[in-house]
Design a protein around this ligand. Structure first.
Ligand code: G3P
Length: 308
């Protein structure tokens, strides 16, 4: 993987509302941390001087140090783990009251749209700044379609194909800008030998033909190269793990030139001309990583449950 060495801009501290903000002046993309640990939120806010939001998911919650401690001692019941998740996102929400906090519903392969929606409604009431994560599966999209009609903010996760992103667009038409995110998982596609960043670029290009109601949140970021390239292609939002954001901060929060030189040795994912006016149910959205992703999230969540 080759990264660009021409990194022209460093952060310029400026005063916003009396608070010292280190947000780089020309940074348009919102930066989220991908973590289930409020301790990391606090540390990264300290390092960056700003943070626009946070994404969580069942795997990240299962890695939360306090969850791990409780698991070693006794484990959780089903209700206790939801309560733990709630307390965790409440703490995060208090730290970034003006940001967005993504909270993911539990879904395994047999979870219905109705069950997801029910969880989503409950989680949406936990904090004032939630985006509810539904998987970009047929059931998740059904839930999303209803959720946006109810005014819920959502983040469609586990996106591995342009068709899934097209279906997200079509299923959520009419939603307010800012209420819908789609999360392409770039790192997991890289793991398969495909250039995951192509997916993010293709979705951004496809959405240029639309009304702009869905924002692209580039996820499953594994390196500063990913981060800088996602900045250069104009991703609306990027969520990155603590380690990557820390590295970026240590380098002085560089911003890339217009075209960041990112040429990984991975198979290209070609762009597909897509008609966004179609009914979302007409799009085919199967992918081997989608099934695996659902399995991993549900297994990690269930691994915390010891007392039924
Ligand atoms: O936000 C999505 C992210 O948590 C998935 O990342 O590294 O498990 O593919 P990863």
């Amino acid at each position: 993987m080759v990264g660009d060495t021409r990194i022209p801009l460093g952060p310029s501290p400026s005063k916003i509302g009396g608070i010292l903000s280190m947000r780089p002046k020309n940074l348009k993309t919102r930066i989220f941390i991908d973590s289930g640990d409020p301790g990391e939120t606090a540390k990264i806010m300290d390092m960056l001087g700003f943070l626009d939001g946070q994404t969580t998911n069942p795997t990240l919650i299962s890695r939360n140090p306090e969850a791990q401690r409780i698991l070693t001692e006794r484990g959780f019941s089903k209700n206790e783990i939801f309560y733990f998740y709630r307390k965790t996102v409440e703490e995060i929400s208090r730290m970034i009251p003006k940001g967005s906090v993504s909270v993911e519903v539990y879904a395994d392969k047999s979870t219905t749209a109705e069950e997801m929606l029910e969880q989503g409604r409950e989680m949406f009431a936990w904090i004032p700044n939630a985006h509810i994560k539904f998987p970009a599966t047929a059931e998740g999209l059904k839930a999303a379609e209803r959720a946006v009609m109810e005014g819920m903010r959502i983040n469609m996760t586990l996106c591995f194909t342009q068709e899934q992103a097209a279906a997200v667009y079509a299923a959520t038409k009419g939603a307010r800008k800012g209420n819908v995110f789609v999360s392409p998982f770039v790192g997991r596609l890289d793991d398969l030998g495909e250039n995951g960043m192509n997916l993010a670029e293709n979705i951004i290009r496809m959405y240029k033909e639309g009304d702009g109601h869905v924002e692209v949140l580039t996820a499953s970021i594994r390196s500063t190269d990913h981060l800088l390239y996602a900045l250069s292609i104009g991703s609306d939002i990027i969520t990155a793990p603590f380690k990557v954001l820390k590295e970026w901060a240590e380098k002085g929060m560089p911003l890339p030139e217009n075209s960041y030189n990112y040429r990984p040795e991975l198979k290209e994912i070609p762009y597909k001309k897509t008609d966004l006016s179609r009914n979302w149910k007409e799009f085919v959205f199967s992918h081997t990583l989608l099934d695996k992703g659902i399995e991993r999230f549900s297994n990690d969540w269930n691994s915390l449950i010891k007392n039924k």
